[in-house]
Design a protein. Structure first.
Length: 393
């Protein structure tokens, strides 16, 4: 399943051949990246000079918009790599157009747009945002660092887009057509990863509020429980070891304390504690899928932050997962009016995670009759009856 790849350097199509083509796009990354190799020449050193605007298209769909950052020439190959246009917003100090660096009663979107505007970076959202009462830029702080704190406090992610823009979003609003089913295209391979090593309960957030001098302002604290680890209450009393129940009598007591360095109140602290607990639960359930081609069954490019239904009896997996990261790869490409028909095949590597890792809700399902899917993954019922090629939920 070969994609036709077009590389536009400073608006002009590249007409040579390439090898080892990759585009990396992550839901949790504000900038995407690319790399590929071409035969070295003096002309190509000029075509792909560092700082050159570059766009990549897959079958005429924009898949990357940014700049060449780095050239690595050798006698045998020239490696070109770079990141999205949002990199300037990420790497550079934020300069408030108003001159004060202080924002009063504005939404994270309005603050992000003001700070990103000098860099030519567009910021949008598909969520309802609460206004921030007050935020003061730290001297030298990047716009991304400031906005990441503000969006994280509201359970959102600052996510890079294929056109080089940014979106303040959370998972669950969009879902890929069809799904990834064992033994069916486009799924080529699938690997599960169930890891509870980093789950904790209780999770305690502590901090201080800049408003007030009483105990409520100076000793802000909130707690979240993960009942799957430890259901709450006082620290457990250790029992005498036994062959049937050694150690603690109930659950696993795994407390975690996070000290927040920004200005927070009790409500924000509780939101952070809840989000941290949900993120740990979500990150405990991951999978890695490899697909033939770059698209779902409806022809849409795999997109970070979208949900995809995944089902495999062999892996014991039956639920909707969030696409956390994508690596589009094509080993070889041939020239043709600046477009490259693959000689090595197009594959996408999808890093998948439970949506709770990024503020979404668990979207698990039960297997069809006769399925042997493991109950470790398989909890609850699917959003609606499903079948291969349908879109659950």
């Amino acid at each position: 399943m070969a994609e036709v790849i077009t590389v536009l350097a400073n608006g002009q199509p590249f007409t040579g051949t390439f090898k080892n083509f990759e585009v990396d796009a992550g839901y949790h990354h504000a900038a995407h990246s690319f790399s590929f190799e071409v035969a070295p020449s003096a002309q190509r050193l000029q075509i792909f000079a560092p700082g050159t605007p570059l766009q990549i298209q897959f079958n005429n769909d924009v898949a990357f918009t940014g700049y060449v950052d780095r050239l690595q020439p050798t006698f045998k190959k020239l490696t070109i790599s770079g990141r999205s246009k949002s990199q300037d917003f990420i790497d550079c100090a934020a300069i408030d157009p108003g001159g004060t660096g202080n924002f009063q009663n504005q939404s994270p979107l309005a603050i992000a747009q003001a700070l990103a505007q000098p860099f030519g970076v567009t910021v949008a959202t598909d969520q309802q945002l609460d206004d921030v009462e007050s935020y003061q830029l730290v001297p030298g702080e990047s716009g991304f660092a400031a906005c990441e704190k503000l969006t994280r406090a509201q359970g959102l992610t600052l996510s890079g887009q294929y056109d080089g823009s940014l979106k303040l979003t959370k998972p669950g609003s969009k879902r890929h057509a069809g799904g990834l089913y064992q033994g069916q295209a486009p799924l080529k391979d699938l690997e599960g990863d169930l890891n509870w090593a980093h789950r904790h309960s209780p999770i305690i957030v502590r901090g201080q509020s800049a408003s007030g001098t009483d105990a409520a302002a100076l000793q802000v604290e909130a707690t979240a429980q993960d009942a799957s680890v430890w259901g709450g209450g006082a620290a457990p009393v250790q029992s005498a070891p036994s062959s049937s129940a050694p150690g603690f009598t109930t659950g696993r007591y795994r407390p975690l304390v996070h000290v927040e360095d920004s200005d927070i109140d009790s409500e924000t602290a509780q939101s952070l504690a809840d989000a941290h607990s949900q993120r740990e639960a979500g990150e405990a359930l991951k999978a890695h899928a490899v697909t033939y081609g770059f698209r779902d069954s409806g022809g849409t490019l795999w997109t970070p932050g979208w949900l995809v239904w995944v089902e495999s009896e062999r892996i014991g997996l039956c639920q909707a997962l969030l696409i956390k990261k994508i690596k589009f790869t094509q080993k070889r490409g041939g020239a043709g009016s600046g477009k490259h028909a693959s000689k090595g095949g197009s594959t996408a590597h999808l890093e998948l995670v439970d949506p709770r890792a990024y503020g979404g809700t668990a979207a698990k399902g039960s297997s069809p009759p006769g399925s042997t899917a493991s109950s470790i993954w398989n909890v609850g019922t699917p959003p609606v009856p499903f079948a291969p090629g349908s879109v659950p939920g």
